[in-house]
Design a protein around this ligand. Structure first.
Ligand code: ZN
Length: 157
């Protein structure tokens, strides 16, 4: 199934775009100092924890998680692909993607432009002002996921 997701991404151009969009969504959470969202997502999809469990562990609202999951479903269409993407990409993103914006209470601070934001989605700021970092990271993450999935397959066969 893992290979299927990536080969699907490689073969069908529309899916490539959607897989990239879904990855970007997850990368932006990490860059926006919201790695709790990614950890909660991982626990739900890979360790089968419930909304209530992860809300309690990570202090992430059900509304936030539902919104994120819905966006992933809209992009990838099948629950099985959402699961595969979460399973393969979240550990890599948590490990390899830098945090750009820092959360401080209700505020977000961007050290790159030395600005503090309130009542704003930091992901929007990152996409608007630091897009090149996002794009560069996306490429690195895809390469790393492919490298790891390839290694795993080699071990199996
Ligand atoms: Zn900035």
């Amino acid at each position: 199934m893992r290979t299927q997701l990536w080969s699907l991404g490689i073969c069908m151009s529309t899916s490539v775009i959607n897989v990239r969009k879904a990855l970007k969504l997850l990368i932006l959470r990490k860059m926006a100092d919201k790695e709790d969202h990614l950890k909660a997502l991982y626990e739900m999809y890979v360790k089968n924890l419930s909304y209530d469990d992860v809300m309690y562990i990570y202090d992430v609202s059900k509304y936030t998680l539902r919104g994120l999951i819905q966006r992933l479903r809209d992009l990838l269409h099948h629950e099985i692909y959402v699961r595969e993407l979460v399973k393969t990409s979240v550990p890599v993103i948590l490990e390899k993607t830098p945090k750009i914006v820092h959360r401080k209470g209700v505020a977000f601070i961007c050290p790159l432009c030395k600005r503090t934001f309130y009542n704003m989605f930091p992901e929007d700021h990152i996409m608007k002002h630091h897009r090149e970092i996002v794009e560069e990271n996306l490429i690195r993450i895809i390469v790393e996921i492919k490298r790891r999935t390839l290694e795993e397959e080699t071990i199996i066969t």
